[in-house]
Design a protein around this ligand. Structure first.
Ligand code: DSN
Length: 426
């Protein structure tokens, strides 16, 4: 039976793919959890590996025809182990959220006590939010950033650990602009006999690039996503000590997932190899330098930075000092019109709801992939400030949209065009 056509039969999806390519490559992409992944990664995701079922692990599958797939997954596992210097790797988690839930299933019993950073202070849904399965199944106790310097207070983490005697401590963030010290978390975990999970979803690329402290020697388990600073395909992974390997593998499959996405696992393998290249270390350090430059330029424009600045790939901007009436929601929509993509974000103890917020989260992984450096960061800060000041002036926003287009055209993420249309060796 032939396929009806080589493309989406009524071309509706082709049109939308082209529109999204245009959006991504003519605007400024500042979402801290996003990046531009390489053409090789995109091609692997569009490969025939998507046709294959391969429940199980290399050498132990529930379906025939998996010799090649075994090769792909074995390469991905070996590259992940080598990149992170880890004893064991599982590359099957479909996402960072899944990876976290798999670790909980592997290491905990329902109802066990866990310490995690509060979502509204920069943690993640899977760090015990009451509306998430993590918070429903386990007894999470939240630590917060301190009221003064808005940084994680290790004395508070220690006090809570001594009081609640958690079985697991989760170190990791999604919206926290400061460096995490894995050794300090390990020392608290050791004092109370807890296991330590480090969620490196956001900073995996900074870690393997040597721009942030390495949690692998200190944590029992490290989870991460592959699509943020690590610049690979959308997905998750876990590295851990050998003693937890069996339990982790069992929790991923058959515990949480069925058939692995081997086309994505092939793409992960490519991304792990790319991240092992010496050039990636330069990239990781430039992400941090760009975030620092952007934070300083925004402060010069009158914005308040949560915690006073950043030492990773992101910053959280408190809009109230710039304009008390401006919410994160309105700022995000205004900047969308100007071609600048970022997300509204709560600030610690935000009086506004998570749908409105008083802040923005801004990250530099994508613009750094494009080759922008510190000089461009002050231009970007100026564009943001002008757009927000002129938010009621459609003409001004349209003019800024054109400036944005001109800026990013000089820094193409994909100089050879849309990678899913390009041929492999173009
Ligand atoms: N949605 C991710 C982020 O933006 O940080 C976390 O899951």
């Amino acid at each position: 039976m032939p396929f009806p056509s080589d493309s989406d039969p009524d071309l509706e999806i082709e049109g939308l793919l082209a529109a999204e390519f245009e959006r991504q490559t003519t605007g400024i992409q500042l979402i801290a959890s996003e990046n531009f992944t390489s053409p090789a990664v995109i091609r692997a995701m569009g490969s025939v590996l998507t046709n294959k079922y391969s429940e199980g692990y290399p050498g132990k599958r529930y379906y025939g025809g998996n010799a090649v797939i075994d090769g792909v997954e074995a390469v991905a596992i070996e590259r992940a182990r080598s990149l992170f210097g880890a004893e064991h790797a599982n590359v099957q988690p479909h996402s960072g959220a899944n990876a976290n839930m798999c670790v909980y299933q592997a290491l905990l019993q329902p109802g066990d006590t866990v310490l995690g950073l509060s979502l509204d202070h920069g943690g993640h849904l899977t760090h015990g939010s009451p509306v998430n399965a993590s918070g429903l199944q386990y007894h999470f106790v939240a630590y917060k950033v301190s009221g003064g310097d808005e940084r994680i207070d290790m004395d508070q983490v220690r006090d809570l650990a001594l009081e609640h005697r958690p079985k697991l401590i989760v170190a990791g963030t999604t919206s926290y602009p400061r460096r995490l010290e894995p050794e300090a978390f390990r020392s608290v975990a050791d004092e109370v006999g807890a296991l330590l999970m480090f969620d490196a979803a956001h900073i995996a690329g900074l870690i393997v690039g040597g721009a942030h402290p390495d949690p692998v020697p200190h944590a029992d388990v490290v989870t991460f996503t592959t699509h943020k600073t690590l610049r690979g395909p959308r997905g998750g992974a876990i590295v851990c000590r050998e003693e937890h390997a069996k339990a982790i593998d069992k929790a991923v499959f058959p515990g949480w997932q069925g058939g692995p996405l081997e086309h994505v696992i092939a793409a992960k393998a490519i991304a792990f190899r790319e991240a092992a290249d010496p050039a990636f270390s330069k990239y990781a350090h430039q992400i941090v330098a760009n975030a620092s430059a952007l934070a300083k330029a925004l402060a010069d424009e009158g914005f308040r930075l949560v915690s006073g600045g950043t030492d990773n790939h992101m910053m959280v901007v408190d809009l109230r000092a710039f304009d008390d009436d401006l919410t994160g929601k309105v700022a995000q929509l205004t900047l969308d019109e100007a071609g600048i993509t970022l997300n509204k974000n709560t600030v610690p103890d935000d009086p506004r709801s998570p749908f409105v917020t008083s802040g923005l989260r801004i990250g530099t992984p994508s613009v750094t992939t494009q080759g922008m450096a510190e000089g461009e960061m002050s231009t970007v800060a100026g564009l943001i400030a002008r757009a927000l000041r002129g938010r009621d002036d459609a003409g001004q926003l349209a003019a800024i949209r054109e400036e944005v287009r001109t800026l990013v055209t000089a820094f193409p993420a994909y100089p050879n065009g849309d990678p899913h249309l390009a041929t492999a060796h173009a």
